[in-house]
Design a protein around this ligand. Structure first.
Ligand code: PAF
Length: 288
């Protein structure tokens, strides 16, 4: 079904057949940029759309809350769904096409999942704590790329492990798309923007800003402390600040393996963390 929202030239498609038909007929020679999302849109998503609009002639956004990537059914149930507000934001952002499919449309009964060798990238950090999560992410992003066939895929640096794994999948399967990673959008206090932030109560929002401050604290300890000591010190600071941390790791940005020594000058490593606050799981990262 194609729907035209009021006061906007954005086209909305809910079926694979119709969006494919439209793209085949009307994309012409334009560079197609694609921003996949699960909705509950915020400034971070809008910065991806802006990047796509700067670099591409046609920008497609998708909203699909992908059940396959939720290892916890409660998390799936609580995931914010704000379709009307999302629609207004997308229309204002001059997104050209929105793809808003059903679960059956993405995973038809004869759907065959892609196999990609992720080289162990999915076995650390998020992968350890959310078993099956990246299988679901790879499955849906591959499927969406197969449908939209964009020239450029825009993803955020906040999900560091996610974009690293998607980059690996693209390389492995030799998919004809370029991954563009955009910087983390932050609230004025430093909290990385996330759809999950809206589940935090007002009083703990300030507390949540401490995640970014603790990432900065860790950075300031290079090279006085070793990477291992820095990780321990940051975990301790997170606990003292009232978080329940799942991990704080300083890793090589390509292999995602924990580093034992600081890399030579000029080479970066990245600190990644996941913490719980008020029953909400928050992730963030920072290059060191
Ligand atoms: O980052 C997200 O919002 C999701 O993991 C993605 C990439 C849209 C796949 O469902």
């Amino acid at each position: 079904m194609t729907i035209q929202p009021l006061h906007s030239s954005m086209l909305i498609f809910t079926t694979v057949r119709e969006i494919r038909l439209w793209l085949d007929r009307h994309a012409g020679g334009r560079v197609v940029g694609f921003v996949p999302t699960m909705g509950a849109l915020h400034e971070g998503h809008l910065s991806l759309i802006e990047a796509s609009k700067r670099e591409c002639g046609l920008t497609v956004c998708s909203i699909f809350v992908n059940p396959a990537q939720f290892n916890d059914p409660r998390d799936l149930a609580l995931y914010p769904r704000t379709y009307e507000a999302d629609l207004a934001l997308l229309a204002d952002s001059s997104t050209d096409l929105l793809f808003f499919p059903s679960v059956e449309e993405i995973y038809p009964h004869d759907f065959v999942s892609v196999e990609a060798d992720l080289g162990g990238l999915d076995q650390v950090m998020e992968g350890l704590h959310r078993p099956g999560h990246f299988d679901g992410v790879v499955r849906v992003v591959h499927r969406l790329l197969d449908i939209i066939r964009p020239h450029k895929l825009f993803m955020g640096q906040k999900d560091f492990q996610q974009f690293t794994i998607i980059g690996r999948m693209i390389e492995q399967l030799k998919m004809p798309v370029r991954l563009v990673v955009c910087p983390i959008a932050r609230e004025p206090g430093g909290l990385a923007m996330s759809s999950r932030n809206r589940r935090l109560s007002k009083p703990v929002r300030d507390q949540a800003n401490l995640i970014f401050q603790i990432l900065q604290y860790g950075k300031s300890k290079r090279p006085v402390l070793s990477p291992g000591q820095t990780m321990d010190a940051c975990l301790e600071k997170l606990r003292q600040a009232g978080f329940d941390p799942e991990y704080f790791e300083i890793v090589d940005p390509e292999t995602l393996q924990k580093i034992k020594q600081w890399p030579e000058s000029g080479r970066l490593c990245v600190a990644c963390t996941a913490v719980w606050l008020e029953g909400v799981r928050l992730i963030d990262n920072e290059f060191y």
